[in-house]
Each structure stands twice: as structure tokens, then as C-alpha cells.
Design a protein around this ligand. Structure first.
Ligand SMILES: Cc1ncc(COP(=O)(O)O)c(C=O)c1O
Length: 451
């Protein structure tokens, strides 16, 4: 066992020693040799960006901020997710949900790939319009909108928006009667991570009256939308929602509206995507003829796996257990629940710590980076805490590593692209804005980004 570990350590050392040097060009790290593309290249590019950054920090003498948390974002992963979307849901045009991660390079790439955008506020709409995206590629998908924002979108020509109640219809009739309206209906989101139907969505009992009111007010209803809940896990939620949407399309027809578009919302995740897509694709083909446009509002699916975060261990507390004689450690890192790990609180996530750097060795993407959660007595036990004063600010209750982790060492967490940075706060005076080092593991994405 000891020998096997030593062999892995030797292997991981050579792996990094033999890596090509990466040069920084406009914040992008470029390999000096050519590689085949895909996920393997992605790991190498991300590893090199992480390694170069942390190795260049002098932990003894650095200025405040130099050792701050940072992200590595792989635009190639966003590109791959887009290709996967097109393969599995060729009929469905994605409108990326900006709220999930309004990273400017992600938006630029998606604009280049031709997606639309789901925006929830004036500043999101402004950010997308500033990329030169046509207003017809934006949906203001917030059923309860701010008056002044409705006036703003009216002047900018962003016509598509959702509604789910009578008060909102009267607001729109007053402020933007030419808007193209999507009636958002309620879904069964009980098996999703973040339930949205507690707050939004018209029940099927109310859709008939809402359509009648829209007609009376002279408004233009063009579609139906729904959201099965973010982090959805039951593909049948899509089937039921598509069936309900068809009912509302028929109701709308009886009120004299000829609806053109169905918006199937978000709720897709990378690990269950194909299962969801299979059910959705078949439901759409069964209930909606080909002349009906289908759009969606995926957020998490596009960005979750594209971002890795690196965090520095700023403090450590040693705990001796007199009963067992075991020593464990509380480690404090420079990011937490009030920062980029807001996803633990708001998005019900469980980010998994891995060892990026311990002492003067880098372990990214090697077996030695991983914790040993299954071996209750192996290695050393750690809990991982954020930097604020609050006891709720705990990232990991218990994880075991082979390494003795010290102040100055680095941890990394993968799949940190969705609902992380965007909901960070400055609580306790910590920064809510951290560097992103971009890499690009797909030539197609590079071409679009002019790299
Ligand atoms: C209206 C709307 N559309 C799309 C999304 C994106 O959802 P997801 O990240 O699950 O794809 C959300 C998330 O809250 C939403 O509220």
C-alpha cells in the first residue's frame, strides 16, 4: 500500500514535470505543442493554468489579494456542451440563462454560437445587448417585472417576456402593449433541487381566464413557457409539462391566439442530460407539430462543469481527540458560503475538495488529489471552513486526505460554474470578484473567440 502510493506520487510528479509550458496571452493559457482535443486536453490545460498561478505566489511575502481564490474557466467545455445540446435536442433553440453565470467570455462565446439569452433584469439585458446580440434573441423571462425595466425593454425592442398573473398583464398593457408574451405555467418541480413553482407559474385552472384577459387588453400572447425546477431529476416532469403546455396552446387558440413558440425552460444537468433530452424530444414530437418553434432556458447545463475554483488554506486548527488518540484538523480557506460557495446555501450543492498543492508539490488530476471519504480511518481527517465569522460558513464537515495540509496549501473544487460567483457577497469585507483564468480546449471555440 505504501509502495503503491509512492509510485503514484512519482507518476504525478513526472506528469507535471513533462507538461508543456503555458504562456499567458490576453489571460488565455496556450499550449506550446499541439494536442488532440477534448476532455483530456481540458484537464491538462486547466491543470497547467492552476499550477502556474499557485506556483508563482510567494506565500511568505505576497501582498493581500495575491493569494485570493481564483477560477479557471474552460470555454471549450461550454462549446462541447453546446454541441451535445444540438445533437440531443436539435429542435430546441437554447436561450442561455444569464443569471446562472454572467461571465463575459461565456456570453461572448454563446453569442458567437448563435444561442439566445434568458435575462431576468435590466443589467443582464444590457450586458447581452452590448455584445451586439439582436433584441429578438433575448427573452425577459421574469414573470414579475420592475416597471422601469419594462419601459427600458420597450425602448430597446426586447419584446419577448413571460407573465403568469393578471396584475402583470395590466402592467404590460400600460407600459409595453406590443410585447410578445409567453404564459408561464406551473409544473410539478417536487423532484428538483431548486423549486421555482412555489413562486412562479399559472395553474391550469387560471390559464383560461388569463388568456381571456390578455385578449380583452389587446395583448399579444405568442407562446407558453414552463420551468421544471433547477437541478431537475425526474424526466417525466418534462413530459407532464409538455402535455399541460399543449392544453394551454388549445385554450389560447379558442381565444383567437395562434401561438408560435413553446419555451421549455431550464432544469438540465450534465450528468442526466441524455435521459432528460430523450423524454423531452419524444414528448415534443408527440404533442407539438414541426411548425411550432421550441426554445429552452438552460443555465447550469452550459457552465457547471466549465469552471474549477482554487482556494488557499489561510489557517488551521489542530484537534486532538484524547479518546482515540487521533489528530484531526479544521482548515480555514479564503472562500466560503458567503462567497463563491454560495451554491451550498442557495443551490443545495456539495462541492468536493481536492488537493491542488501541498508543500511544494502539485497534485491536480492525480489520484493523490482525491480525498478518501470511503475509508473512515485512512489518512487524516479535515473539516473545511470559509473565512467569515459565521459558524454556518462550513464547506465540508469531514473529508480525509493522505496529505498533512498546512497554511499556504491549496485546494480545488470542480464543477463550480453554476450559481456560485453570481450570488457571492462581500460579507466580512472579503472580495466578491475573483480572477478567472480562461483556457480553451476546443479549436471551434477558439476560432469564435478570435484567439
Ligand atoms: C426562468 C428561469 N429560466 C431558466 C433558469 C435556469 O435554470 P437551470 O440553471 O436549471 O437550467 C432559471 C433558474 O432559476 C429560471 O428561473
Amino acid at each position: 500500500m505504501v509502495m503503491a502510493t509512492a509510485a503514484v506520487e512519482r507518476y504525478s510528479q513526472t506528469l507535471f514535470d513533462n507538461n508543456p509550458i503555458f504562456i499567458k496571452k490576453n489571460h488565455f493559457y496556450e499550449p506550446q505543442q499541439h494536442h488532440h482535443h477534448g476532455a483530456v486536453v481540458a484537464k491538462q490545460l486547466i491543470g497547467d493554468a492552476l499550477r502556474q498561478r499557485v506556483e508563482n505566489i510567494d506565500h511568505e511575502l505576497c501582498e493581500p489579494g495575491d493569494e485570493d481564490t481564483f477560477f479557471v474557466g474552460d470555454l471549450g467545455e461550454v462549446y462541447r456542451q453546446h454541441m451535445r445540446w444540438k445533437k440531443n435536442l436539435p429542435r430546441v433553440k437554447p436561450f442561455y440563462a444569464v443569471k446562472c453565470n454572467p461571465d463575459p467570455k461565456v456570453l461572448q462565446l454563446l453569442a458567437g454560437l448563435g444561442t439566445g439569452f434568458d435575462c431576468a433584469s435590466k443589467s443582464e439585458i444590457e450586458q447581452v445587448l452590448n455584445l451586439g446580440v439582436d433584441p429578438s434573441r433575448i427573452i425577459y423571462a421574469q414573470p414579475c417585472k420592475t416597471n422601469s425595466y419594462v419601459r427600458y425593454v420597450a425602448t430597446e425592442g426586447v419584446k419577448q417576456m413571460t407573465f403568469d398573473n393578471a396584475d402583470e398583464l395590466r402592467k404590460i398593457a400600460k407600459l409595453f402593449p406590443d410585447a410578445e408574451l409567453f404564459l408561464r405555467i406551473l409544473t410539478d418541480d417536487s423532484s428538483s433541487l431548486c423549486r421555482l413553482s412555489l413562486k412562479f407559474g399559472a395553474s391550469l385552472d387560471s390559464t383560461n381566464d388569463l388568456l381571456a384577459l390578455a385578449k380583452d387588453l389587446g395583448l399579444n400572447v405568442v407562446g407558453v413557457s414552463f420551468h421544471v425546477g433547477s437541478g431537475a431529476s425526474d424526466p417525466l416532469a418534462f413530459l407532464k409539462a409538455v402535455q399541460d403546455a399543449e392544453t394551454v396552446f388549445k385554450q389560447a387558440y379558442s381565444h383567437g391566439f395562434n401561438l408560435e413558440t413553446l419555451d421549455v425552460g431550464g432544469g438540465f444537468s450534465g450528468d442526466t442530460f441524455e435521459d432528460m433530452a430523450d423524454v423531452l424530444r419524444e414528448a415534443l414530437d408527440e404533442y407539438f407539430p414541426p411548425h411550432i418553434n421550441i426554445i429552452a432556458e438552460p443555465g447550469r447545463y452550459y457552465v457547471s462543469s466549465a469552471f474549477t475554483i482554487a482556494c488557499n488554506i489561510i489557517a488551521r486548527r489542530t484537534i486532538e481527540n484524547p479518546a482515540t488518540g487521533e489528530t484531526s484538523y479544521m482548515t480555514y480557506i479564503n472562500d466560503g458560503l458567503y462567497g463563491n460557495f454560495s451554491s451550498i446555501m442557495f443551490d443545495h450543492q456539495h462541492p468536493i475538495a481536492k488537493v491542488l498543492r501541498s508543500g511544494n508539490r502539485t497534485f491536480y488530476n492525480t489520484p493523490l488529489a482525491d480525498g478518501m471519504p470511503e475509508a473512515a480511518t485512512a489518512g487524516m481527517e479535515y473539516s473545511i471552513w470559509g473565512p467569515t465569522c459565521d459558524g454556518i460558513d462550513r464547506i465540508t464537515e469531514s473529508i480525509r486526505f493522505n496529505h498533512e495540509l498546512n497554511v499556504g496549501d491549496w485546494l480545488y473544487f470542480e464543477d463550480m460554474g453554476a450559481y456560485t460567483k453570481c450570488s457571492a457577497t462581500k460579507f466580512n469585507g472579503f472580495s466578491d470578484s475573483h480572477d478567472v483564468l480562461y483556457v480553451c480546449s476546443e479549436p471551434g471555440a477558439k476560432a469564435l473567440m478570435d484567439l
